[in-house]
Design a protein around this ligand. Sequence first.
Ligand SMILES: *[C@@H]1O[C@H](CO)[C@@H](O)[C@H](O)[C@H]1NC(C)=O
Ligand SMILES: *[C@@H]1O[C@H](CO)[C@@H](O)[C@H](O)[C@H]1NC(C)=O
Ligand SMILES: *[C@@H]1O[C@H](CO)[C@@H](O)[C@H](O)[C@H]1NC(C)=O
Length: 129
Amino acid sequence: MLINFKAVLKWFVICSNSMLLFYSTCCNADINASAGLECSKADKSTSEDEFQTNLKKLLNSLVAEAPYRNGFNESREGKDSNKVYGIVQCRGDVSVSECDNCTKESISIALRDCSKSKHVKVWLKWCFL
Ligand SMILES: *[C@@H]1O[C@H](CO)[C@@H](O)[C@H](O)[C@H]1NC(C)=O
Ligand SMILES: *[C@@H]1O[C@H](CO)[C@@H](O)[C@H](O)[C@H]1NC(C)=O
Ligand SMILES: *[C@@H]1O[C@H](CO)[C@@H](O)[C@H](O)[C@H]1NC(C)=O
């Protein structure tokens, strides 16, 4: 979840690289959630109402869409500097319900362990948020 577009692009590049690494090294291993978690440093503005509202909409939309769109959805909410971005990618061989479960799990981990971060990545066995 990010605020500006350049940062998002950079993030995508970094993510796809680390995703590749991740999948190639430990694809079928049972991964501890905390081993696949990256949170940016705490940012006070994450407590602002507008950020929280956009974030909530974004996460709801990712949960609602990704499992039914071949395990992938990229979405955004909000305007200008308050825009938040998110992407969910489930592994190609997991079912809709596994993708749904994993998306929900990844979101609850992000909200629990990185609640003050603007930039969060969660890797689980079945999906990436
Ligand atoms: C998984 O995470 C828990 C809590 O963060 C830790 O105590 C445990 O040692 C980890 N297990 C592995 C296999 O890394
Ligand atoms: C993600 O879901 C939204 C609906 O919330 C949809 O408009 C959008 O096209 C989807 N994007 C992708 C890449 O699937
Ligand atoms: C996902 O599945 C696991 C194992 O069946 C279950 O413990 C967990 O509650 C599920 N999570 C969600 C968010 O449904």
